[in-house]
Design a protein around this ligand. Structure first.
Ligand SMILES: [Zn+2]
Length: 117
C-alpha cells in the first residue's frame, strides 16, 4: 500500500507530496525545490547537512542513525507517557492545513479511499 505524504522542506519551506510505501519508511532525497538533502521518516521531514551526499557511507550512516534514534525516542515518549510537552506550533499549522483539506474530495479520497459507485 502506498500513500501520499505532505512534505514541508526544512530548508526552503516548500510544500509538496511524495509517494511513500509505509509511514515507517525511510527516504533520503534532495528537495525537489531547493535540492538540499532531507530525510523523511515516520511522518517527519528533517534537514540533513547540505554536503550530506558528499560524506562517506559510515558518516552518512551515523548521521541517519542519530536522527532516527531521536525520532524514535520522541515517538516512544508519546506512547509511554513520557514528557509530552505542549503542542508545537508546527503541529497546529499542520492540523489547520489538514482540517481545511477535509472538504477537498481529492484529498479526502487520498486518505480514506474513493467512494464506490
Ligand atoms: Zn527545499
Amino acid at each position: 500500500m502506498t500513500f501520499l505524504m505532505n512534505i514541508d522542506c526544512p530548508h526552503c519551506e516548500k510544500n509538496y507530496q511524495i509517494l511513500m510505501t509505509s509511514i515507517a519508511g525511510l527516504c533520503i532525497l534532495p528537495c525537489f525545490e531547493c535540492n538540499q538533502p532531507i530525510i523523511v521518516f515516520f511522518g517527519r521531514c528533517l534537514a540533513l547537512d547540505s554536503d550530506f551526499f558528499l560524506w562517506s557511507i559510515s558518516r552518512k550512516k551515523q548521521a541517519v542513525i542519530k536522527l532516527i534514534t531521536a525520532i524514535m525516542e520522541e515517538l516512544l515518549e508519546n506512547i509511554f507517557g513520557g514528557k509530552s510537552g505542549p503542542i508545537k506550533p508546527e503541529e497546529v499549522i499542520n492540523f489547520n492545513r489538514e482540517l481545511g483539506e477535509l472538504d477537498d474530495p481529492n484529498k479526502f479520497g487520498q486518505v480514506f479511499g474513493r467512494p464506490r459507485d
